[in-house]
Design a protein around this ligand. Structure first.
Ligand code: PGA
Length: 247
């Protein structure tokens, strides 16, 4: 399976910042076997697609309804019309800041997949949950509660992002990553049967050029979800190359 390296720009970026993608696209030509996507703020989706139609551009959230009285929200069909081909749902920042529940994340994932978007469902434990020894149970429950009950599982991607590793410079040990990815894989197979064995499981949380190669080398790490280090091509391109080196 090709490794998938996804940038998550969060609430960063501008039209001018899209110039960073020029080098990313150039690097992609030299990294066959690595699948690259960049999830930008809603307002940058169409300009990014216009600048680089060959690059997979995505969003960081969507609503589950096609349309409605939902001030400030964006539907999957609207993302598709803007040119998005992938979307992140259930990021921990949205679960925390916007109080999103796993059942809402599941609705979003189902709607996004029905609209034809590849859909990255994020799961991950807090520091307190890990300290209590509950990390695996918490993540298994998030997987069971958040993944779509219907729709094309081939469009589904999981991302394991320990909350305490996001934006902190801290990462789990490689053994902890391997253990969690194996638990997520087992949960996916238990829920989806053989389809569950084909779903990519990304690692996210403080992925940097210095640690990308070792993290991507962990068994069943199918790629990376990269926040801060995706904003600048000088950081993101080496992570894309690390995907190839391990491929
Ligand atoms: P980070 O963010 O790479 O800045 O830790 C990852 C994410 O939140 O997806």
């Amino acid at each position: 399976m090709a490794r998938l390296i996804v940038g998550n720009w969060k609430m960063h970026g501008s039209i001018a910042a899209l110039a960073e993608l020029d080098e990313v696209v150039a690097a992609m030509a030299e990294t066959p076997g690595v699948d690259v996507a960049v999830c930008v703020p809603f307002t940058l989706i169409a300009p990014a697609v216009m600048r680089h139609p060959e690059l997979t551009i995505g969003a960081q959230d969507c609503h589950w309804l096609a349309e409605g009285s939902n001030t400030g929200c964006v539907s999957p069909a609207m993302l598709v019309e803007a040119g998005a081909r992938i979307v992140i749902v259930g990021h921990s920042e949205r679960r925390t800041d916007n109080h999103e529940t796993s059942s809402e994340v599941r609705l979003k994932a189902e709607a996004a997949i029905a609209a034809g978007l590849r859909t990255i469902v994020c799961v991950g434990e807090t520091q307190a949950e890990r300290d209590r020894g509950d990390a695996i149970a918490v993540v298994e429950a998030m997987v069971a509660g958040s993944i779509p009950a219907k729709g094309d599982a081939r469009q589904l991607i999981l991302a394991y992002e320990p909350v305490w590793a996001i934006g902190t410079g801290r990462t789990p040990t490689l053994g902890e990553v391997a253990e969690m990815h194996a638990a997520i894989r087992a949960a996916l197979i238990a829920i989806l049967g053989s389809e569950g064995s084909r779903i990519a499981i990304l690692y996210g949380g403080s992925v940097k050029p210095a640690n990308a190669e070792e993290l991507l080398g962990v068994p069943d790490v199918g790629g990376a979800l990269v926040g801060g280090a995706s904003l600048k091509a000088k950081d993101f391109v080496p992570i894309i190359r690390a995907g190839r080196d391990n491929g």
